[in-house]
Design a protein around this ligand. Structure first.
Ligand code: MLT
Length: 268
């Protein structure tokens, strides 16, 4: 059964208070699943509902997304991480597996930096340790400006075709993905793009990661190609690397059977 609840996040330094909406299911070792951009915790439905995963799966909507509080106008990837550290504290969890997809992976690196002693294992899905190069950062700034000027309708056409493998494009998962884009707030897109454009680079810290790390790539991922993710995995001392077939950037949605089998193998 999937439990749904809200957790207040207290004010910290320059970050105003807020509230995170959380979906949670299962029992066992706590596993924090951090969604990608511009999605919500609903992207982990196939994990939450898979009764074979012997874990306490905790899937928050990041601030600004789904049913969580709106984002302040100034925000960083480290601020997302701060919210999730506060969430873990509020839930009384001091040892956790952290699993992040894409933006969720950028946040996972920040969480590792904040509370390294609390991380049992890391799972990095369809993500990268490198910060944006100038071209990518500029593209994000342009999207943010256009969202503020018009609205967010163009974002779906710009992003959706690159998110999933073309072989999955006609499957029924597409209407579900549509709804993420239809419901996301324009300000959340703009503020998060700006936050991602300024995020820290963790490449030089990969060989200092002390926890076991599982890296999961999609064979047809155009956004974070499997070849690039393999290079990242090779720089992490205790790492395993998995390529999920029949999947692009959204491995847990596109091929949940294979994705969940990897979680089961690596975390159980
Ligand atoms: C995501 O899936 O979270 C995005 O692709 C992240 C990004 O735009 O870098």
């Amino acid at each position: 059964m999937v439990e749904e609840f809200r957790v207040p996040i207290v004010e910290r330094q320059s970050v105003p208070p807020g509230e995170l909406f959380v979906r949670r299911a299962g029992q066992g070792r706590p596993v924090l699943l951090i969604h990608g951009f511009p999605l919500t915790s609903l992207m982990w439905q196939n994990q939450l509902k898979d009764g074979r995963l012997p874990f306490d799966l905790i899937t928050p909507d990041l601030r600004g997304f789904g049913q969580s509080s709106p984002l302040p106008s100034e925000w960083t990837v480290a601020d997302f991480a701060g919210d999730l550290v506060d969430l873990l504290t509020a839930l009384g969890i001091d040892q956790v597996v952290v699993c992040g997809l894409s933006l969720g992976g950028y946040i996972a690196f920040e969480i590792l930096d904040l509370i390294p002693q609390s991380i049992l294992q890391l799972v990095l899905c369809n993500t990268r340790a490198a910060a944006d190069d100038e071209t990518t950062a500029r593209g994000r700034r342009l999207m943010a400006e256009r969202v503020f000027r018009e609205d967010a309708r163009f974002v779906k056409d710009a992003m959706l075709p690159r998110l999933v493998a073309s072989s999955n494009y006609d499957k029924e998962l597409i209407p579900n993905l549509d709804s993420f884009f239809d419901q996301v707030k324009a300000e959340s897109i703009a503020v998060t793009q700006l936050a991602m454009s300024r995020r820290r680079d963790f490449v030089d810290q990969l060989n200092n990661i002390r926890c076991q790390t599982c890296v999961i790539a999609g064979i047809d991922d155009e956004i974070t190609p499997a070849s690039e993710m393999k290079v990242m995995a090779d720089r992490i001392p205790e790492s395993s690397f998995h390529v999920v077939p029949q999947a692009g950037h959204l491995t847990p949605i596109e091929n949940p059977a294979e994705f969940n089998a990897v979680l089961l193998k690596e975390l159980a």
